[in-house]
Design a protein around this ligand. Structure first.
Ligand SMILES: [Zn+2]
Length: 246
């Protein structure tokens, strides 16, 4: 392939832009904020699951408390009814009176036991409610931290994308000045190895860092300036400059 030395040199400018774009892509992928965001998101998902479990526990306990309280009410009403019957004087048989009295005593005992159950549930419910509140506070804090980190990431993304856009524009202008067949070869090489063209500097290919053999250097030396030469090692386009050591 043949191309003017000027066109060949433009490949080096193009390669520089492509390297800059690669660096920007790398920076975008490895932003320090990203690791933090991933970690915080995982934690947030964990806390959200914990909140659901804690809320379910609190709701179960609230239902248990309601049930225990209605048990207390039922026993209390029955004792009150018995007390009224006793006080009404309608029951006169000593045997019935004794049985009523004994039932009232046992109902009071039962009421006391049930009230203790209510108290115990209330204590557990209070602990469950506290847990829900603590977890919600933790979730809010994580959400706030996360949104700060996301804002910082988006800011960095915007900055990188703006810079990449500018580099891409300059690259487009350069590419338009390079003959189509040379540009096509450059693009093909770039796709397969990441770098399409490299400078021959001091007898060394700057693409693969190989020092060329005397024979290869002699061959390049003998090649016409508009001959497109390639590195024997990495097959990249080798661009000759005054620094090439030829
Ligand atoms: Zn090479």
């Amino acid at each position: 392939m043949k191309a003017s030395p000027e066109a060949q040199k433009r490949l080096l400018d193009l390669a520089e832009r492509d390297a800059a774009l690669d660096r920007l892509r790398h920076r975008r992928r490895t932003l320090p904020e990203l690791a933090g965001i991933e970690e915080q998101s995982k934690k947030l998902a964990q806390v959200s699951t914990q909140i659901i479990a804690a809320e379910t526990e609190a709701a179960d306990l609230a239902r248990d408390q309601g049930k225990a309280e209605s048990d207390v009410d039922a026993v209390r009403l029955r004792a009150e009814r018995d007390r009224k019957r006793l006080d009404s004087g309608q029951v006169s048989s000593p045997k019935d009176l004794a049985s009523l009295q004994s039932e009232i005593t046992s109902l009071h005992r039962r009421q006391g036991d049930l009230e203790e159950v209510v108290l115990e549930i209330m204590e557990r419910r209070e602990a469950a409610d506290t847990k829900v509140a603590d977890l919600r506070a933790e979730r809010d804090e994580l959400t706030a931290t996360l949104s700060v980190a996301e804002a910082r990431r988006d800011e960095a993304f915007a900055e990188i994308d703006k810079e990449a856009g500018e580099v891409r524009d300059r690259r487009g202008v350069l590419a338009a000045e390079i003959p189509a067949d040379l540009f096509k070869l450059y693009e093909k090489l770039r796709e397969s190895s990441g770098v399409g063209a490299a400078m021959l500097q001091g007898g060394r290919c700057q693409g693969c860092r190989t020092t060329l053999s005397i024979a290869d250097l002699n061959q390049i030396r003998a090649a016409a300036p508009d001959e497109v030469v390639r590195c024997e090692e990495c097959r990249r386009i080798l661009v000759r400059t005054p620094e090439s050591g030829l």
